[in-house]
Design a protein around this ligand. Structure first.
Ligand SMILES: [Fe+2]
Length: 236
C-alpha cells in the first residue's frame, strides 16, 4: 500500500489549492478536512456540496451533485471506475463529502489503477486484452465497452449482473477473471478511508478505482462528479 495516511489540507489559500490539485494528479486522491463545519446536518450537506463544487472549477467545466443515503449493507460495493457504463466516457474526477458517517464500517477504498494495470500486463498478459461491456440499472440507455487496461490504467467494475464480458482469453472463466483482477487491485490499495463528519475525498477517476466496505447504520454522503457525461447541476 503506497500510503495509509490521508493528506489533510486547508484549501483556503491558493498555495494549498495548488498543492491539493498536484496530489490529485500524482497520488490519485486527496483528503480535505475543512477548518470549521456547520453543526446542523442540513447546513453541512449544503456546505459540503458548495465546497466540492468550488473545488472542481479549475479541473472541469461542470459539476453534478447528488446526496447518497443508505441504512446499512452487509456486502462491500464492487470495486469500480466511476460511471464506467457511460457511453460518452468516464467522469474524470469526482468528490465525496461525508454528512453522516456510518455507525461502523463504510470506508471508501481507493486503488492505484496504474499499478494494477502494470501488474496485469507483466504477470497476467492473458487477461490484459479482456473487454467488458458495462450497463447500469440507473441509466438503462447507457452502455460502454472498455478494455481492462486502458491508457496505462485500469477501467473495470467487479462482478455484478450489469457486466457482460465481450472478449477474454481462451479458457478463462468469468469468476477467475474477476477474482484475479480484484486480488491485484487489493495489492494496489492506496487508502481505506474511514469517514469523519465533514471529510471531503477528491478522487482522480482516470488513474484510480474505488469501492466501499460493508457498514451498519445510516450513512449520508454527497457526491459531486466533474464533467459528468450524464448530468450537469452547475456550469462554471
Ligand atoms: Fe463510485
Amino acid at each position: 500500500m503506497a500510503s495509509l495516511k490521508p493528506v489533510m489540507l486547508d484549501t483556503s489559500t491558493e498555495v494549498a489549492r495548488n498543492s491539493a490539485m498536484q496530489q490529485l494528479e500524482e497520488q490519485g486522491y486527496v483528503l480535505i478536512r475543512p477548518v470549521s463545519l456547520p453543526t446542523d446536518t442540513a447546513e453541512l450537506e449544503r456546505y459540503l456540496t458548495i465546497a466540492m463544487v468550488l473545488l472542481g472549477r479549475t479541473i472541469s467545466k461542470s459539476a453534478a451533485y447528488v446526496t447518497l443515503e443508505g441504512c446499512g449493507d452487509d456486502k462491500p460495493l464492487a470495486i469500480h471506475s466511476e460511471s464506467v457504463y457511460a457511453t460518452a466516457g468516464i467522469t474524470p474526477y469526482f468528490a465525496l463529502g461525508c454528512v453522516v458517517p456510518a455507525e461502523t464500517g463504510g470506508e471508501t477504498s481507493v486503488y492505484n489503477g496504474k499499478q494494477a494495470c502494470a501488474i496485469i500486463e507483466r504477470d497476467h498478459p492473458e487477461i490484459a486484452c479482456t473487454e467488458i461491456e458495462y450497463f447500469s440499472r440507473a441509466y438503462p440507455r447507457e452502455n460502454a465497452v472498455h478494455p481492462l487496461c486502458n491508457r496505462s490504467s485500469l477501467r473495470y467494475r467487479g462482478q455484478v449482473p450489469e457486466n457482460y464480458i465481450r472478449h477474454q482469453g481462451r479458457g478463462i472463466q468469468d469468476a477467475d477473471l474477476y477474482k484475479t483482477v480484484d486480488t491485484i487491485l487489493e495489492r494496489s490499495l492506496l487508502v481505506r478511508h474511514r469517514w469523519q463528519r465533514g471529510d471531503i475525498l477528491l478522487i482522480n477517476n482516470k488513474i484510480t478505482l474505488h469501492g466501499r466496505m460493508p457498514y451498519k447504520g445510516r450513512r449520508v454522503l454527497v457526491r459531486v462528479r466533474f464533467d459528468d457525461p450524464l448530468n450537469i447541476s452547475v456550469r462554471y
